[in-house]
Ligand binder design. Structure first.
Ligand SMILES: *Cc1c(COP(=O)(O)O)cnc(C)c1O
Length: 394
């Protein structure tokens, strides 16, 4: 069922991905099995030696998971996809496969909180060094490069500041300095941004967010366009045992079918909500890549094919005012996560980024009053009325 890149992305969301289909099922069958039967002892030996590509054991590979891996690899223009149990499993697989004791990594300061916390608090125990900078500034990255720097790790738009990092420039800089460029593409999904096409070496997603899109599954995936890098990452995932479950893979495949229409709808609404907030007298500032007031609006237009549905803003009354708003919205759900069909509101400083040190938060631009709003696919007029009644109480 592989159609390659000839079809448009909406067609590929439905039809890309390889799966074995002896009975002609219209959807991907769920191979809910831990192990696979060998034809005979020779066949078993050949599966292990790699002479035969037959399935062995679900932690190593499974047809339902393979369907998802080839589907997302196709969407991201990658050669290899490695599904993981969660987005954080993808992060740790990447760190463990590509960094060793004595190595140094440079990362965006405003990243998903746990991606930073696990590096600073745990990988540091094994001798991996890290420096967190604003990767929207190439000069800050250059100044942080050391002889042992092996990885440049970027999230763009950054979570939750919405800073945009220039991926093409980062790829050039990384490769001139013997670093791999790793991009967390969760905020965009391959529908809006494809970092491998811009020179990134490794891309990953928390598929918990846009790709699955229905707030019912936690999942991750790693993509690369280099077969040997793919093999290293896969073997680390298999050894760590952070594989996906076949049923989980089926659910994500099902969610991906509507990725395009979900994103089109939610980003249309996000643009309207962003303008509404920007014009509201109680709002201090709004960060949305689609607003001309965003400092990197032009760069966003160049490397993203749409501006997405994540908005950060701060009320003039700071955190106290934000709290009143979060406690009084009725349609938006007060919950972490993002990229689902339902609109979510949360407070990064006390929630998703609470374990990041106060000093690091300040340096990364994660202010105490910053509110993050993930626009879903409800009627936009209802979302705006919901904000209106909440803001009236502030
Ligand atoms: C949620 C998230 C992760 C972690 O993914 P999980 O699926 O929750 O483990 C990583 N990066 C970003 C940007 C995220 O939003």
């Amino acid at each position: 069922m592989k159609h390659g890149n000839k079809l448009g992305i909406n067609s590929r969301l439905i039809h890309a991905g390889e799966f074995e289909n002896p009975l002609g099922s219209a959807t991907v069958p769920i191979y809910q099995t831990s192990t696979f039967i060998f034809e005979n002892a020779d066949h078993g030996a050949k599966c292990f030696s790699g002479e035969d590509d037959g399935y062995i054991y679900t932690r190593i590979g499974n047809p339902t998971i393979h369907a998802l891996e080839t589907l997302v690899a196709d969407l991201e223009s990658g050669t290899d996809g490695i599904a993981t149990s969660s987005g954080m499993a993808a992060v740790n697989t990447i760190y463990m496969a590509l960094l060793s004791r004595g190595d140094h990594m440079i990362s965006s300061a405003a990243v998903y909180g746990p991606s930073r916390v696990v590096m600073e608090q745990h990988w540091s125990r094994f001798g991996v060094e890290s420096t967190y900078v604003n990767t929207a500034s190439l000069d800050e990255i250059k100044a942080a490069i050391k002889p042992n720097t092996k990885m440049l790790y970027v999230e763009t738009p950054a979570n939750p500041t919405m800073d945009i990092t220039d991926l093409r420039a980062c790829a050039e800089l990384a490769h001139a300095n013997n670093m791999v460029l790793v991009v967390d593409n969760t905020f965009c999904s391959p529908y809006l941004q494809r970092p491998l096409e811009m020179g990134a070496d490794v891309v990953f997603h928390s598929m918990t967010k846009f790709l699955n899109g229905h707030a019912d599954i936690v999942a991750g995936i790693i993509l690369t366009r280099d077969k040997s890098l793919g093999a290293r990452l896969r073997s680390m995932m298999v050894t760590l045992g952070c594989n996906m479950d076949p049923h989980q893979a089926y659910m994500v495949i099902r969610g991906i079918k509507t990725l395009g229409i979900r994103i089109e709808r939610s980003q249309l609404s996000a643009a309207k909500v962003a303008v509404y907030l920007e014009n509201h007298p109680k709002v201090a500032w709004v960060r949305y890549p689609g607003l001309p007031s965003h400092p990197q609006h032009e760069l966003a237009s160049k490397q993203m094919s749409g501006y997405g549905s994540m908005i950060s803003f701060e009320l003039k009354g700071g955190f106290e005012a934000g709290k009143i708003l979060m406690d009084n919205v009725k349609l938006a759900i007060l919950a972490v996560s993002l990229g689902g069909v339902e609109t979510l509101i949360q407070h990064p400083a006390s929630m998703t980024h609470s374990k990041v040190s106060a000093e690091a938060k300040k340096k990364a631009g994660i202010t105490d009053g910053l509110v993050r709003y993930s626009v879903g696919i409800e009627d936009v007029d209802d979302l705006i009325s919901d904000l209106e009644q909440g803001l009236a109480l502030v």
